[in-house]
Every structure is written in C-alpha cells, then in structure tokens.
Design a protein around this ligand. Structure first.
Ligand code: 11C
Length: 339
C-alpha cells in the first residue's frame, strides 16, 4: 500500500520544494498532511489538483502517518521528531538537530544508502533519518566517486552559498536589496546584519571558539560520519554570495593513491546524480544558474593539483541546487528507499 505522508514546514522554501519534488517523481501516497506552525495554519494550498488546508503541527498530527518530511528548523525537529517516532512514523529530517546522533543515519542515497538499511516501513516502528547539510551533500556528490577510487586523505572546501540556504525570507531580502541599491536607496537588512546585494560575506552561522563557523564544522563532521572515516581531514571556508538558489563550491582533494584528471573525469561522468560541465576551450564550467531547479550536481574545472607530485591531488568546482539536491530531493530520495 502507498504510505501516508506528512510535510512539516510546508509553507517554507524547502517545504514547497518537497511538494514539487513529490509531484515530479510521482511519489506514491495514500494521504498527505500539510503541517506548519500556528501562524500558517488555515492557509489553503493546491497540490496535484487537490486543495488542502494547512494544519497546525501538534503531536496528534502524526497519528497514522508512515513518513514525515521535516523542514521547519532544528527546534521543531527536536521537539516533534521524537513525538512522531513514538507514534510509529519514520521522520526524514532536513535540520541539523539529529545529524550527529550516533543512532541516526545521515544519508545521501548515492553515497551511503547502507546507513539506513535497518529502517523499514510498515513495521510500526518509528525512526529518524537525517538529511545532511546542503553544502555537505553537494560536495560529497562529486567527491565520493573519486574517494571510492583513490581514497581522499584531505579535502579543502571553499563555498559560495546562495540565499536559499537561509530560507525564503533571505531570498526576498536579496531581491529587495538589489532593487533598493539600484534605485540608490539604503538596503533593508533584516535577515542578514549587513548588505547582501552586490556583496559577499562570511556565512551567517555562529562563529565558534576555534574560529570556524557552524556551517564549516558541519562539513567537517558530517563528511566523517557519511564516509564512516574519523580520520578524514577536512577544512572549509563558507561564504554567502548574492545568488538566489544554488551553491557553488571549490573543492581540493588529496588522495592516498594517484588519480589522473582524465580518469577522474570519466568516473564523474558515470556517477549517478552528477553531470560534468568541463569545457576548457569555451571556458564553460558549472554555474549556479545552470543548475538551478535541476536535480543533478554539476562538476567542472577538473584539473590536477599542481602543488602535489604524482597525481596525488585534484581541484574541482561543484554547483548544486541548494533547495533541490541540497534539501528536498535528497530527503525524498531517502523516502523512496523506504518504499
Ligand atoms: C546554508 N547550509 O546554506 C545552509 C543552512 O544545517 O541544514 C542550512 C543549515 C542546515 O546557509
């Protein structure tokens, strides 16, 4: 039988994308509940030609729900995730609340599907499966096929992250500020505490005592967990750029075994969910605009790292739609694996 599903945080940017991905992929369901905070309850929305009323999220919301897709922020996940599990629901959680919990699998379906093999639908037993951070997903979609071939020992990442990573309100702020600046008016800064349009700045996540921000530490810790390798050396610098909805990342990889760029390009061409855009002649490489609203992560600038001898390193440039593969699509692929 098709599962009953619930979307928690349905009015947000990722919540809305959950609906379009469910529809695009013909995800089977017997019923679907649209859940959000009290503020959004009562709103009407149309999905696959049916009209739904957004319901306020309560513990009872999960009665009879097989799969719940959560994207309503960490505190909602912390509060309602365990409640849903108690009621037998399998939660696919897009927040950071449970990612580093040892009992919770952290899954990119193309990378580590085995991590969730013990979780089964229809047993009446609830569970939480965590969706990694978008920057981690986009990076590992490209780095993992190369890691499987030559074993990455060190990875250095610099990100160029879009507005969507900070939610729908940040996307609106970017649009509004762009108009304001072009019209010579002072930019309205509500989501970010500094001008975003025509500017770049260090990621808005809190800066920790070690000087890294939380976004950077997510890349470090989540990579170790997903690759099941506590020794993998990862360092990251995460930056917000005035782009609407797709993240870009420069990734430097150092390998245990040599890997030449032609082999790497072939591996990436055959990797599921990855497309190679690597045209040196026309200087055409991945861009956030080209991957926006697309499922695949694009990789280009594939070249040998000149600073390392013996083909021991590669530089690549990766772009992926933050709301899609970075969030909603990955979560729904996880849900598909449960079916
Ligand atoms: C961004 N990655 O682009 C983010 C925010 O842990 O899911 C999402 C935070 C998370 O800003």
């Amino acid at each position: 039988d098709a599962p009953s599903i619930a979307v928690v945080g349905v009015t947000g940017a990722v919540g809305q994308e959950f609906l379009s991905v469910l529809s695009d992929r013909d995800f089977p369901y017997s019923s679907i509940k649209m859940l959000a905070s009290k503020r959004s309850a009562g709103r009407r929305l149309t999905f696959e030609n049916n009209e739904y009323v957004v319901e306020e999220l309560t513990p009872e919301s999960f009665d009879g729900v097989d799969i719940a897709l959560f994207s309503a922020g960490g505190s909602i996940s912390k509060k309602f995730g365990p409640i849903a599990v108690e009621r037998g629901t399998i939660v696919v959680d897009n927040s950071s609340a449970f990612r580093m919990d040892e009992k919770v699998p952290l899954v990119i379906p193309e990378v580590n599907p085995e991590a969730m093999e013990n979780i089964k639908i229809g047993t009446g037993k609830g569970a939480i499966i965590a969706n990694p951070n978008c920057s981690t997903i986009i990076c590992l979609m490209a780095a993992t096929p190369l890691h499987k071939k030559a074993k990455v020992v060190r990875m250095v990442v610099s990100t160029y992250q879009a507005a969507s990573g900070a939610g729908a309100a940040a996307m609106e702020e970017l649009e509004l500020q762009t108009r304001e600046v072009l019209e010579g008016r002072p930019p309205t800064c509500k989501i970010f505490n500094q001008q975003y349009a025509f500017n770049i700045f260090s990621h808005n996540a809190s800066v920790l005592p070690n000087g890294y921000n939380e976004e950077e530490m997510k890349m470090v810790k989540e990579t170790r967990k997903i690759w099941n390798d506590k020794d993998i050396k990862v360092t990251a610098t995460c930056i917000r750029v005035p782009v609407m909805r797709a993240h870009a990342e420069s990734v430097n990889l150092q390998f245990e075994s040599p890997l030449d760029e032609d082999t790497a390009r072939d591996i990436l061409k055959n990797a599921p969910g990855v497309v190679v855009i690597d045209d040196r002649e026309s200087n055409h490489f991945p861009t956030p605009l080209e991957v926006s609203n697309k499922d695949d992560v694009a990789v280009g600038r594939i070249r040998q790292d000149l600073s390392l001898d013996g083909n021991q390193g590669l530089d690549i440039f990766v772009c992926g739609d933050q709301i899609r593969k970075g969030a909603a699509l990955n979560a729904i692929q996880i849900a598909e694996m449960l079916l």
